[in-house]
Design a protein around this ligand. Structure first.
Ligand SMILES: C[S@@+](CC[C@H](N)C(=O)[O-])C[C@H]1O[C@@H](n2cnc3c(N)ncnc32)[C@H](O)[C@@H]1O
Length: 228
C-alpha cells in the first residue's frame, strides 16, 4: 500500500509519530532477533509494499502476549503471517493462534513461512472473512488482534470485546492512520470513510468502562485495551 506512509518518500502532510532517528535506533536494538525467515518476510513486505506491522510492533505483540500468559489468540487480518509469527512465538507449544485472511495466496505463504519457522503447528488458519470465521470458533480468547480493512474496525471491536477473557487484551494496529485521525480535513485516504471509522473505533474503546486503554505510538499507533 504505497499510499500509506512511505518513510523514503514521506507525504509531508502525514505524521510519523516517532522521530525517524528514534525508530532507527530501536530497529538497531531489535536486530538481535534476526532469523532468516523473519528477514524473508520483511523483504517481501518491502518489495511488494505489503503492510506488515514491522519489527518493532512485532516485538511489542510478543511481549504483550507473554506478559499475560496468552495461549489462545484470534487475529482478524493475518496477511501472510508476519504478526502471527510474533504471537505464535509467545503462545508456546500448547498454544494456538487463529489466523484469518480473505486471500488464499496469503494463507499459502503463511503456511510456507511459519512452517520454516517451526511455528505452523500452533496456527489454525481460516481463509475468508475474519468476522465470519470468528463466529465459527467458539470460546474466549486471551487476545483479539484487529488488523483488517479500516472501515471494519468498529464492527470488529463490537464482535471481539465480549469474547476477551478478564485480564485479556484487545490489540489493534494503525489507530493513528499516519496522523489522519488528528486532521480536520484529513489527507486523502486510500478508501473513503477509513479515517472516520478509525476515529469512531478509538472513541468507542476509550469510552468503554469495561476496558483500560492506551495507544502505543510506535510506527502507526497500536491500541491496547485490557478487559477489567
Ligand atoms: C494490514 S494486512 C495484515 C498484516 C498482518 N497483520 C501483519 O502484520 O503481518 C491486512 C490483511 O487483512 C486482510 N483482510 C482485510 N479485511 C479482511 C476481512 N474482513 N477478513 C479477512 N481478511 C481481511 C487483507 O487481505 C490483508 O491481507
Amino acid at each position: 500500500m504505497s499510499d500509506l506512509f512511505d518513510p523514503k518518500t514521506p507525504n509531508p502532510s502525514l505524521i510519523a509519530p516517532v522521530d525517524a532517528r528514534i525508530e532507527s535506533y530501536l530497529h538497531g536494538l531489535a536486530k538481535v532477533k534476526n532469523e532468516p525467515v523473519l528477514l524473508q518476510m520483511e523483504a517481501l513486505a518491502q518489495a511488494q509494499g505489503f503492510p506488515i506491522v514491522g519489527r518493532l510492533v512485532g516485538l511489542f505483540l510478543e511481549v504483550m502476549a507473554k506478559s499475560i500468559g496468552a495461549t489462545r489468540i484470534f487475529e482478524f487480518g493475518s496477511g501472510y503471517g508476519y504478526s502471527a509469527y510474533w504471537f505464535a512465538r509467545a503462545v508456546g507449544n500448547d498454544g494456538q493462534v487463529v489466523c484469518t485472511d480473505g486471500d488464499a495466496k496469503n494463507a499459502a505463504m503463511a503456511q510456507e513461512f511459519l512452517t520454516q519457522a517451526g511455528l505452523w503447528p500452533r496456527i489454525d488458519f481460516h481463509t475468508g472473512i475474519a468476522q465470519q470465521a470468528f463466529s465459527t470458533v467458539p470460546g474466549e480468547f486471551d487476545i483479539c488482534y484487529n488488523d483488517v480493512d479500516k472501515d471494519q474496525y468498529p464492527e470488529v471491536w463490537q464482535l471481539a470485546r465480549g469474547r476477551i477473557r478478564r485480564g485479556g487484551l484487545y490489540i489493534c494496529d494503525n489507530v493513528l492512520w499516519h496522523g489522519r485521525v488528528t486532521m480536520a480535513d484529513p489527507v486523502p485516504d486510500i478508501r473513503p470513510g477509513w479515517t472516520e471509522a478509525i476515529r469512531e473505533h478509538n472513541r468507542l474503546i476509550f469510552n468503554d468502562p469495561a476496558f483500560d486503554t492506551f495507544v502505543n505510538p510506535t510506527r502507526d499507533g497500536v491500541l491496547v485495551a485490557r478487559r477489567k
